[in-house]
Design a protein around this ligand. Structure first.
Ligand SMILES: Cc1cc2nc3c(=O)[nH]c(=O)nc-3n(C[C@H](O)[C@H](O)[C@H](O)COP(=O)(O)O)c2cc1C
Length: 178
């Protein structure tokens, strides 16, 4: 059995990354030996991380809960926008908070990365930066990442071109739970 936590890095109404993640989760659910747990952008909307805030108030329960869900999964699948060539603050803030529960949360953990953007690059620079972020904490990043360009047009087509194949190869790469 493989267990996935699928995290959306946007809480925008009508988020393209949310839509892409939903499609990926639907595809994942067609596979028998996999469970998937979806985390919406609203569920990673934590206060801006500051060390003084942590010292004064501790780690929010919602952060600890997210950490615990991540710690139990065999892979984390993230779908995150590109802001100025990188991942957005919503995602990085959640990443930083989770690292305060345990700096080794992502060590050796299997990671899949998706991006969607109305632009022609599909957020590929964000995907690359996100891969580097996870690699920097010694996660096991699955490559290639998946980027969806012209997302405002792409959802008119169903299925999304290449998504099913990418999901299948991503799932094959996930180690089985012990
Ligand atoms: C501050 C900001 C910076 C952005 N920078 C980029 C960028 O570098 N590359 C890009 O493709 N899109 C960029 N965009 C456009 C986003 O890709 C677009 O808003 C997208 O819909 C966000 O993802 P979402 O739909 O999942 O919320 C930027 C948007 C904002 C608000």
């Amino acid at each position: 059995m493989k267990s996935i936590i699928a995290i959306c890095g946007s809480r925008r109404n009508g988020s393209f990354n949310g839509a892409l993640l939903d499609e990926a989760v639907t595809e994942i659910r067609t596979h028998n030996d996999v469970s998937v747990d979806l985390v919406a952008g609203d569920d990673i909307s934590f206060p801006l991380y500051e060390e003084d805030l942590e010292t004064a108030e501790g780690i929010p329960d919602a952060v600890t809960a997210l950490h615990d869900r991540i710690a139990q999964c065999s892979s984390v699948l993230v779908a995150t926008p590109e802001y100025n060539g990188s991942y957005p603050p919503l995602f990085k803030n959640a990443f930083d908070w989770v690292s305060r529960v345990d700096f080794a949360t992502f060590k050796d953990r299997h990671i899949g990365i998706m991006t969607a953007s109305p632009g022609g690059g599909g957020g590929a620079r964000s995907a690359q930066q996100t891969a580097e972020l996870f690699s920097g904490v010694k996660a096991n990043v699955y490559l290639p990442t998946f980027s969806l360009p012209r997302a405002h047009e792409a959802f008119a087509q169903s299925p999304i071109s290449g998504l099913s194949e990418w999901v299948g190869q991503y799932l094959d790469d996930i180690p089985n739970d012990k």
